[in-house]
Design a protein around this ligand. Sequence first.
Ligand SMILES: C[S@@+](CC[C@H](N)C(=O)[O-])C[C@H]1O[C@@H](n2cnc3c(N)ncnc32)[C@H](O)[C@@H]1O
Length: 246
Amino acid sequence: MRRLMRAFFAATLGSACSSASTRAVVPTGDDGSDHGARSHDHEHAGRHEGHGVGGAHHAFADADAWTKVFDDPGRDAWQHPDDVLRALDLTPTMTVADVGAGTGYFAVRLALAVPRGEVIATDVEPDMVRFLNERARRVHLPNLRAIRATPTASGLAAGSVDRILVVHVWHHLADRVDFARDLSAALRPGGKLFVVDFGLTARRGPPTNLRVTPEAVIAELAAAGMAAKVSPIALPDQYLIEAHRP
Ligand SMILES: C[S@@+](CC[C@H](N)C(=O)[O-])C[C@H]1O[C@@H](n2cnc3c(N)ncnc32)[C@H](O)[C@@H]1O
């Protein structure tokens, strides 16, 4: 725990906040006991400039380290993944995209929920893609595959998916309206996009100045031509926004 906190402070107060730095900072601790405020603060180590701009910092480069944070079993208590999946209203044959899937906390759950469908997990970090494809093989989920995205393009084909889930990624994006346009184009008719991120008053998440309010997300989705609203399914410390192409 202490090591994780030290790494976090070194990253956020030191080199990682300097635009001159390209040093990657990843969790080195074994902080399985507290996935709450600390680990999700820590998530942002090295990324305070926003990693949508060219991916220079690669703060999420080490998937084997990040899985200890993202897949910490303690996460379920505040993440409420079942509520997120309930909001998505999945049917077994759907094609679902998990954008910015990381190590697959949601992608694996989604793949189990669409046994006769498919989950396409995207990430800008090659090591996340490697990790998640290996994980899919290890846990025998042939309907889950990970693909490499770029900071500005999801890599999803136009009109190819029924649901898109974007968890704790929105605040990392450089041009969110453009990105929303790309995601909107990937939806099939009747498809829906869901954005989960930390609210301004959340007890965990990135520093407040880096957070994006739900109102801003809704406005960005509207600017991309989507109709968006806060979901009636509430999550602790996070908002859940659902959007569709009118
Ligand atoms: C905080 S992690 C969240 C991971 C996962 N969604 C979860 O909830 O566990 C953010 C992830 O988004 C990825 N990412 C950032 N910008 C992205 C982009 N433009 N497209 C795809 N992935 C992106 C990062 O590499 C990282 O794996």
